[in-house]
Design a protein around this ligand. Structure first.
Ligand SMILES: Nc1ncnc2c1ncn2[C@@H]1O[C@H](COP(=O)(O)OP(=O)(O)OP(=O)(O)O)[C@@H](O)[C@H]1O
Length: 228
């Protein structure tokens, strides 16, 4: 379980997010939604230790994360897929996956279940990452995070720039994975969120405006705040 209590993060002087409280549990997909600039990516960067952060609690399965550098947070069990995916374009699919494996202390092999989730990656193992379509690169980025055997998978806007059929496939994969690990997604595509999220947090101007189970959250206010 990932727990954030009273988290704040700054770039230099300006405080971009503040008083963030959030919990992401195994068995659930947790979505953080909000308009452009609300502070969604910043919250994820704070969880990963990529920017200056303070919090009463920032922990994963009881382990304090604030005291760990980014690399050790990944090793402890955070699989993070940043916005834009950050695939190594000139490296093969296989080598992209090998880089993920470096954060795995148990094995140096890609587990079979990952190729069951993303069969295309097996076919394209020797192709450069940059030759893959946007959707395939998103699949590779998720696979690269999964080979670390994470306790939580964190995805920043996984549907961005991806065609609808692949969005559906990614949604199906996320739903399959949630019993193995906690899943936290930042997303602006509300239709996708309402389909896959069990818990929703709405971020507005760096603060959580409302949160709750997707089934009972005020969707009118969600849409209003996202200006849909
Ligand atoms: N490296 C940075 N230095 C200074 N300010 C930044 C930096 N990155 C983001 N910001 C500012 O922090 C605020 C929140 O940005 P953030 O990227 O977290 O928003 P977001 O909700 O993820 O938006 P988007 O959906 O557009 O990605 C914005 O005002 C943004 O301009």
């Amino acid at each position: 379980m990932l727990t954030l209590q009273n988290l704040a993060a700054t770039y230099g002087e300006g405080r971009v997010v503040d008083h963030i409280r959030l919990q992401a549990n195994v068995g659930e997909v947790t979505c953080l939604v909000g308009r452009n600039g609300a502070g969604k990516s910043t919250t994820l960067k704070a969880i990963m230790g990529l920017i200056q952060t303070s919090a009463d609690t920032l922990s994963l399965d009881g382990q304090d994360l604030l005291s760990l550098p980014t690399y050790d947070r990944a090793r402890f069990g955070i699989g993070y897929v940043p916005q834009g995916r950050d695939i190594f374009q000139n490296m093969s699919v296989q080598d992209n996956l090998r880089i993920g494996l470096e954060a795995n202390r148990q094995t140096q092999h890609v587990p079979d279940y990952i190729f069951d989730l993303f069969p295309i990656l097996k076919d394209f193992l020797n192709r450069p990452g940059g030759d893959l379509s946007g959707g395939q690169q998103q699949q590779l980025a998720i696979a690269r995070a999964l080979v670390t055997d994470p306790k939580i998978l964190i995805l920043d806007e996984p549907t961005e720039g991806i065609q609808p059929s692949v969005i559906q496939e990614i949604g199906d994969v996320i739903t399959k994975l949630k019993d193995k690990m906690a899943i936290l997604i930042v997303e602006q595509y509300l239709e996708f969120v309402l389909k896959i999220a069990d818990q929703c947090y709405l971020l507005e101007k760096g603060q959580i405006l409302m949160s709750g189970p997707t089934a009972t959250i005020d969707q009118t206010q969600l849409k209003h705040t996202l200006a849909l």
